[in-house]
Design a protein around this ligand. Structure first.
Ligand SMILES: Nc1ncnc2c1ncn2[C@@H]1O[C@H](COP(=O)(O)OP(=O)(O)OP(=O)(O)O)[C@@H](O)[C@H]1O
Ligand SMILES: O=c1ccn([C@@H]2O[C@H](COP(=O)(O)O)[C@@H](O)[C@H]2O)c(=O)[nH]1
Length: 244
């Protein structure tokens, strides 16, 4: 069995990927498959914490464009991520994995509040920690929350599991001629304004020397393959390749 390239990872799960072939919401079969993938990655020896997006349910920016107050819409988006976190927790528990959901917006009858030291302790006990409600602040995204928690948890890498298998020269969903990068630097992503992840998340990872691996969470078993070094992904790291 391959050993993981990174010991402690933060996995950012795309909200949109959780809807499967549906136009909205959560597909239980996708939750089960993602939970199996996470279980497989843990079996390699990786310590895993998660941030789940909310794009399958509610995006603040789109709602603001149709007339909602932006901050209120963002709070609704953060609540959507809590629903996704509970769904993923359910899937992981079916795999026999011990988990805790920690929310940046306290909701004590649903899950624990986010307390950094408590999160670290859960991880030390072998639990999968699921960070919900993003950063707890409007005007941010779950990509930034993922970069922030990865830094706080001293993660060795941030893996962005999304609907595409890497970073492309342009959005591959819109431009069929777009080509995938094997690797590139944080500055390349920022300079070329590549939209796969927001700039504040990329900057935070750059400052904290946390490589970002972008891969498709839609491909079964890809998480373990990427961790083992044989999967398809784009690695975003330092200019000189030292942390890639
Ligand atoms: N240069 C690029 N390379 C790769 N993907 C890109 C690029 N530019 C835009 N994209 C788009 O970015 C998307 C991933 O980012 P996005 O923030 O939309 O989703 P997510 O974070 O995976 O999910 P969610 O917001 O639902 O949680 C991809 O599905 C792809 O269509
Ligand atoms: O720190 C945060 C994180 C998220 N939001 C809001 O939630 C939605 C869903 O998150 P995605 O990253 O788009 O999946 C996002 O559109 C924001 O509206 C937030 O306000 N703060």
């Amino acid at each position: 069995m391959a050993s993981p390239k990174y010991k402690r990872i933060l996995l950012k799960l795309s909200g949109e990927a959780l809807m499967g072939d549906n136009a909205y919401g959560i597909d239980p079969s996708v939750i089960d498959r993602v939970a199996e993938d996470i279980s497989e990655a843990r079996d390699l020896g990786a310590e895993i914490c998660l941030v789940v997006g909310g794009g399958n349910i509610f995006r603040g920016l789109s709602a603001a464009a149709s007339g909602f107050d932006r901050a209120s819409a963002d709070y609704m988006g953060m609540l959507a991520t809590v629903m996704n976190a509970l769904a993923v927790q359910n899937g992981l528990e079916k795999q026999g994995i011990h988990t805790r959901v920690l929310s940046a917006i306290p909701m004590s009858s649903v899950c624990e509040p986010y307390i950094r030291r408590r999160a670290i302790r859960h991880m030390e006990k072998g639990r999968v920690v699921i960070f919900a409600a993003g950063t707890g602040n409007p005007f941010f995204t779950t990509d930034t929350a993922a970069a922030l928690r990865a830094a706080e948890m001293s993660c060795d890498a941030l893996l962005k599991g999304t609907q595409v298998d890497g970073v492309y020269t342009a959005d591959p969903k819109k431009d069929p001629t777009a080509e995938r990068y094997e690797s590139l630097s944080f500055m390349d992503v920022l300079r070329q304004d590549l939209q796969v992840m927001d700039a504040s998340a990329v900057s935070l990872c750059r400052e904290n020397k946390i490589p970002i691996l972008v891969f498709s969470i839609q491909s079964k078993g890809e998480l373990a393959r990427v961790l083992g070094g044989s999967g398809t992904c784009t690695i975003v790291g330092e200019e000189d390749g030292t942390n890639g």
